[in-house]
Design a protein around this ligand. Structure first.
Ligand SMILES: [Zn+2]
Length: 195
C-alpha cells in the first residue's frame, strides 16, 4: 500500500496517511486541513462518544452547513410543511438550521438516510479534543460538493412522504460549512449513532 507523507501546514510535522482522505489531521497540533486543489486549514468538531457507547466505535465525517431557508410559497395537502416547518426556527416562513451532508463515500440510500436523520434530529453533542485512537472514515466529499447538495437534502426531506408536498418555492443560503465528526458504533445491522 502506498503511504502518503505530507506536512502539517501549521506545525510542519509529517502526517502519514494510508487512506485516500481529503481531510488530514495532525495529532501533534490538532489541526485539520483539507487538500482539494489547495491546502486549507479548516475548523472542525469532534463530538464525544456517550460514555456507555459500545467499543466498536468509528467517527463518521459530515459537512454541517449553517443555512437559512426562506419559504416563499408552498402547497401541501392536509396542512403545513411536514419537517421543515417544525425544524426552522424563526418565523413561520423561514429560519436557520444545520443541514448535515454525509462526507464519507456513500451509496445514495445511505447518503439520504444519514442526511435526513441528522438534519431532522439536529444532534446535540459535547465537543471532544481528540479522536482518542478511534478510527475515522475518510472524507470523500469536498466542501463545495456538500454545499451543492444542500438543496437535495431540503427537497428530499419534504418529499419523503409521497403525495403530500405539491408545491414548494424556497430560497436557501449556506453561510458556513464545518467538518463535524460524529460518533457511531458498528453493529450487526450497520452503524448507529454513539453520542
Ligand atoms: Zn500540526
Amino acid at each position: 500500500m502506498r503511504v502518503l507523507q505530507i506536512k502539517c501546514p501549521r506545525c510542519q510535522q509529517p502526517i502519514y496517511s494510508k487512506t485516500k482522505d481529503l481531510a488530514f489531521y495532525c495529532p501533534h497540533c490538532r489541526t485539520m486541513h483539507v487538500r482539494d486543489g489547495g491546502v486549507h486549514i479548516i475548523d472542525f468538531d469532534i463530538a464525544e462518544f456517550n460514555v456507555n457507547a459500545p467499543q466498536d466505535r468509528v467517527y463518521m465525517p459530515f459537512w454541517r452547513l449553517f443555512s437559512t431557508v426562506r419559504i416563499d410559497q408552498s402547497q401541501v395537502a392536509g396542512g403545513t410543511l411536514f419537517k421543515l416547518g417544525r425544524l426552522l426556527k424563526g418565523t413561520a416562513n423561514g429560519g436557520n438550521l444545520f443541514i448535515y451532508v454525509p462526507a464519507w463515500h456513500t451509496e445514495v440510500q445511505e447518503f439520504k438516510r444519514w442526511a435526513m436523520d441528522m438534519t431532522e434530529s439536529q444532534p446535540m453533542y459535547s465537543l471532544g479534543t481528540d479522536f482518542a485512537n478511534v478510527e475515522r472514515l475518510p472524507t470523500a466529499v469536498t466542501r463545495e460538493e456538500a454545499m451543492r447538495m444542500a438543496d437535495f437534502v431540503i427537497v428530499t426531506m419534504e418529499a419523503e412522504r409521497p403525495g403530500t408536498l405539491q408545491y414548494l418555492r424556497y430560497s436557501l443560503q449556506v453561510h458556513d460549512a464545518r467538518l463535524v465528526y460524529l460518533p457511531f458504533v458498528r453493529g450487526p445491522g450497520g452503524v448507529t449513532p454513539g453520542f
